[in-house]
Design a protein around this ligand. Structure first.
Ligand code: ITT
Length: 195
């Protein structure tokens, strides 16, 4: 089964490809030119649907299955921030490093060195006839220090529950088993089999 991924995030593409070995996974940028999608919904689910529909419409191919991932990190000490604003936490043009450093700085500004936190992923599946969403979560601790080079985004400051190293330090394989994205994708794969 061919799946078109509605994302321009290379970290997501790498992880989703590795988690969907039974499918042919193609980033939409290999089919059409990348375009900006305004993510102005108020939930992960809403933004995932928005991205999947935007790419489905742009592809103009009724036989295609599009999946989109909207995700982010929520930190308890910051009342759940950055949440759905994770990609633009340090501003509209911020990159992963800017966001990571601002988040560590804002936790440190609370006078603490770590806080419980969790990642959320909403995955939307859109076809000509079907629209579905599933979610996954990964709980752990957000640090005020970045460690390791693995993963992407906020991974160097996040220790998953049950571990003592960050996702930047741990093997990709561990993230593949635990992550919000893998939890959501395993539900998505079950749904895909019913299409
Ligand atoms: P697309 O919208 O094109 O998919 P994006 O990077 O803008 O790409 P989101 O709007 O879903 O994606 O924003 C997700 C943000 O949360 C982004 O800053 C990521 O770095 C971060 N994030 C999501 N999943 C993550 C993960 O598994 N590890 C680290 N950071 C993650």
């Amino acid at each position: 089964m061919k799946l078109v991924l509605a994302t321009s995030n290379k970290g997501k593409v790498r992880e989703i490809k590795a988690m969907c070995e039974d499918f042919e996974v193609i980033p939409y940028s290999e089919l059409i030119e990348e375009f900006e999608i305004v993510e102005d919904a108020e939930t992960f689910k809403g933004n995932a649907l928005l991205k999947a529909h935007a790419v489905f419409d742009a592809l103009e191919d009724d036989d295609i299955i599009v999946i989109a991932d909207d995700s982010g990190i929520s930190v308890d000490a910051l009342e759940g921030d950055p949440g759905i604003y994770s990609a633009r936490y340090a501003g509209e043009d911020a990159n992963d490093k800017d966001n990571l450093h601002l988040l560590m700085q804002n936790i440190r500004a609370k006078g603490i060195e770590s806080s419980p936190a969790f990642y959320t992923a909403a995955i939307a599946i859109v076809t000509k006839d079907v629209e579905r969403t599933v979610h996954g979560w990964m709980y752990g601790t957000a640090l005020t220090e970045a460690k390791g080079e693995g993963g992407f985004g906020y991974d160097p400051m996040f220790i998953p529950l049950g571990y003592d190293k960050t996702l930047g330090e741990l093997d990709d394989e561990i993230k593949r088993e635990l992550s919000h994205r893998s939890q959501a994708l395993s539900l998505a794969k079950k749904l895909l089999k019913t299409l």
